[in-house]
Design a protein around this ligand. Structure first.
Ligand code: GTP
Ligand code: MG
Length: 204
């Protein structure tokens, strides 16, 4: 799929006020600084469509970007930096969980994982929460350019293996990416295109 247009539509903390067109949308979620906004720029080929920063906590709202006039990419705030309740670790920012619970247009959540790191409890908890709520998701490993090619496969395989040893019976679809090197772009866009086609067929 070729991206011919990508436009910022709105920022919101209220799910009810997000765009109400019945178009398929894909949301990027993960810890702060993992590269969510950078990935949106990489996929769309627009350097500063989504705001990025070396300091965690840059994205603070639900941001909708309309792509090719008929689907949405959604940039969300990170969940590791902005407060997670100490009392109940499973409480993520309320409007993030609300977004995933209420957003009927969401066809796939992309959970971003920094490929350099060992599995982090907060990511595992979030994926478990998505699973319990039957929200479809895929994994995107980010920053693959930051480790040696020889280590990359092992890191990815170890991560997936740990999911299988935990509460998952099968691994979700996954992608290995680098926003600075454009790695994984074609694979992700083709995956999104397939889901879009199914969505449009089912809703025509
Ligand atoms: P928040 O909005 O704070 O939750 O962060 P975010 O997940 O949107 O991260 P962002 O895209 O702002 O990127 C954070 C930092 O990581 C920036 O300095 C990016 O340039 C850098 N970065 C993101 N993706 C990559 C990548 O694939 N490779 C490298 N080398 N750096 C990356
Ligand atoms: Mg961001």
């Amino acid at each position: 799929m070729k991206i011919t247009s990508a436009e910022f539509v709105m920022s919101n903390s209220n799910v009810a006020k997000c765009p109400n067109e019945p178009l398929p949308e894909y949301a990027f979620i993960g810890r702060s600084n993992v590269g969510k906004s950078s990935l949106i720029n990489m996929l769309t080929g627009r350097k500063s469509l989504a705001k990025t920063s070396g300091r965690p906590g840059k994205t603070q709202l639900i941001n909708h970007f309309k792509i090719n006039g008929n689907w949405f990419l959604v940039d969300l705030p990170g969940y590791g930096y902005a407060r997670v309740s100490k009392k109940d670790k499973r409480t993520f920012q309320k409007y993030i969980t609300e977004y995933f619970e209420k957003r009927k247009q969401l066809v796939c959540g992309f959970v971003l994982i920094d490929v350099r790191h060992e599995p982090q409890p907060i990511d595992l908890e979030f994926m478990e929460w998505l699973g319990e709520n039957q929200i479809p998701f895929s994994i995107i490993f980010t920053k693959a350019d930051k480790i040696k090619p020889a280590e990359l496969d092992k890191k990815v395989n170890d991560y997936l293996q740990q999911l299988l040893e935990g509460s998952w019976e099968e691994v979700p679809p996954y992608f290995v990416t680098s926003s600075s090197k454009n790695w994984g772009k074609d694979e992700l866009l083709s995956y999104i295109n397939d889901i879009n086609q199914d969505f449009f067929k089912a809703n025509s």
